[in-house]
Design a binder for this molecule. Sequence first.
Ligand SMILES: O=C(O)CCC(=O)C(=O)O
Length: 201
Amino acid sequence: MQPGLFDDLPAALPEGAAYEDEFITREEEAALLALIGALPLQEAKYKDYTARRRVVSYGGVFDYDTMELKPAGELPAELHWLRERAARWLGVAPTDFVHALIAEYRPGTPLGWHRDVPQFECVVGISLAAPTRLRFRPYRRDAPDKVQRADIVNVELQPRSIYKLTGAARWAWQHSVPPVAALRYSVTLRTARGVMPPRPR
Ligand SMILES: O=C(O)CCC(=O)C(=O)O
């Protein structure tokens, strides 16, 4: 069984997903939290809906009104080491990560069921501060909410851990985060559509 999975839930993550604890040290986590505290996080907008999640994007920002990727600033230099380490872990070049999103989840903040926008391919996520669950359900285009409870797969995201969503986990499953119990942050990095590791890891 992969570390971090709940004992009473299905053992296997969807194909193309992986999870690893202690990807960064406590000191690195503290430095990232201090850095994030100084970044211009804003409540995310999805058309008419303003989410409770506060975010800042680098390398591109997805405009949900036009459904297009618009330009955004470069990833701050203080985050390059994290991008490099995550790239090594995934098996791509650091600059293959063309997008970064830093997200803050204040207590009670959820992230609804979704697949990431199709402009991107692989997703990796590094978790900071409080733990939470990442939930997966098979993506059914015809009836997204008709998924059986038994089909839902959960992984507990510990602070300092990393996960990846590639292949089927990325395209054939949706994911969500239930309302968090305590303040949590994530740094997610995305490759451009079609850019993936040469061999599955
Ligand atoms: O916070 C996380 O780890 C999940 C992020 C996510 O799914 C997203 O930003 O699309």
